[in-house]
Design a protein around this ligand. Structure first.
Ligand SMILES: *Cc1c(COP(=O)(O)O)cnc(C)c1O
Length: 367
């Protein structure tokens, strides 16, 4: 087996330690003599794991007590309709910064009026719109903080006059977040915090209290109602039904790894270093150019670039060369073309060094 550097956009690289300890737990969970996939989710050891996972979220992101942390199924795509089902009473506002955001808009339209306050679709989502006005009569404002496909990111916690709801699927735990600025944050785990199969939802408790008004107008199926899964409301430990035990366990191990490394502030330092290394090479290398219009909009997670003008004929050759040198998952999304390298938390700096080296060697061979 050759060395493989995993730059996949998601599912993607996980910390080795998390994978190893999961393998052990699959054989024997918590010294029960029974494997993780074979225990009852009401086993005390599992209830403890659920609570520890929730506590890791609280500790790492400094989540205040006024917020619930839920672990659900269905992926971020299920949240695209669950959010409006619970929160949209008359009108919602959306910032359309990519196809994930657009898909969220499509679902919200099933529940009420949607105001797209700004969109960067005109330029294939290669920038983050600025200077828009958030309507104060909307029930909430929805943003996608990191646009996985295009490599743009809102890297700060914005001030918002109404409830701010964020899809943070692909940048959660990459930096400290000022949770209080948000009413709700959600995402699929499979980019930065675990494998596919579990979705995290961080939601302010008073918002849960207001769901009743909407449910009165338009009854919610039990599983769709956030209150069903909330610890306080449901008087359980957020296990209305069988939780995705295996993905949650991997998430637990992944977050422990983040904590051991020093937490999200430390993670952000490492991520910034990795990201700068790659962008510097994209900007320096005469064969390539970055696709994101403004440098301040560049994602520190997903890095997109194409061949420089006049060098387009080398695209397939570079792809083949990179593959030969162990680079996996660097093909750009079909809507952008070129290349994309996702440098999530678990992507080691050695992988970035290898990619940069590969780009430099290819340039030398093709001067
Ligand atoms: C991957 C991704 C999604 C889709 O997540 P699923 O869990 O597959 O539904 C949504 N939003 C963003 C920003 C993503 O990166």
């Amino acid at each position: 087996m050759n060395k493989a550097y995993n730059f996949n956009a998601g599912p993607c690289v996980l910390p080795k330690e998390a994978v190893e300890s999961t393998i052990n737990a699959i054989r024997n969970f918590d010294n029960t003599g029974i494997g993780l996939m074979e225990i009852s989710h009401r086993t005390p050891g599992w209830e403890r794991t659920m609570e520890e996972t929730r506590q890791l979220w609280r500790d790492l992101l400094n989540i205040p007590n006024e917020y619930e942390v839920l672990f659900l199924g269905g992926g971020a795509s299920t949240q695209f309709f669950t959010v409006p089902a619970n929160l949209l009473k008359t009108k919602a506002a959306y910032l359309q910064t990519g196809v994930w955001a657009k898909k969220a808009v499509k679902e919200a339209k099933l529940f009420g009026k949607v105001d797209i306050v700004a969109s960067s679709e005109d330029k294939t989502y290669t920038y983050i719109p600025k200077g828009y006005t958030i309507p104060t009569d909307a029930d909430y404002f929805h943003i996608t903080t990191n646009n996985t496909i295009y490599g743009t990111e809102i890297k700060y916690d914005m001030d918002c006059p109404i409830m701010l709801v964020a899809d943070m699927s692909s940048d959660i735990m990459s930096r400290p977040v000022d949770i209080k600025k948000y009413g709700m944050i959600y995402g699929g785990a499979q980019k930065n915090v675990g494998p596919a199969g579990v979705t995290f939802v961080i939601v302010r408790k008073d918002i849960l209290g207001n769901i009743g008004d909407r449910a009165y107008m338009n009854p919610l199926p039990t599983m769709v109602d956030y209150r069903t899964h909330a610890v306080e409301e449901a008087k359980n430990i957020s296990m209305f039904n069988t939780p995705p035990v295996l993905p949650i366990f991997v998430m637990h191990e992944t977050l422990k790894w983040v904590k051991d490394l020093g937490g999200v502030a430390e993670m952000n330092k490492i991520n910034t270093k990795k990201s700068n290394m790659l962008y510097e090479e994209i900007d320096r290398n005469s064969l390539f150019r970055g696709t994101v219009e403004n440098k301040e909009d560049r994602s520190i997670m997903n890095h997109c670039w194409v061949m420089a003008e006049g060098r387009e004929n080398l695209q397939d050759a570079f792809m083949a060369y990179a593959k030969e040198h162990g680079m996996v998952g660097i093909k750009g999304h079909r809507s952008v073309g070129g290349f994309r390298a996702s440098l999530y938390n678990a992507c080691p700096i050695e992988a970035v060094e290898a990619l940069v080296q590969c780009m430099q060697d290819f340039e030398k061979a093709n001067k």
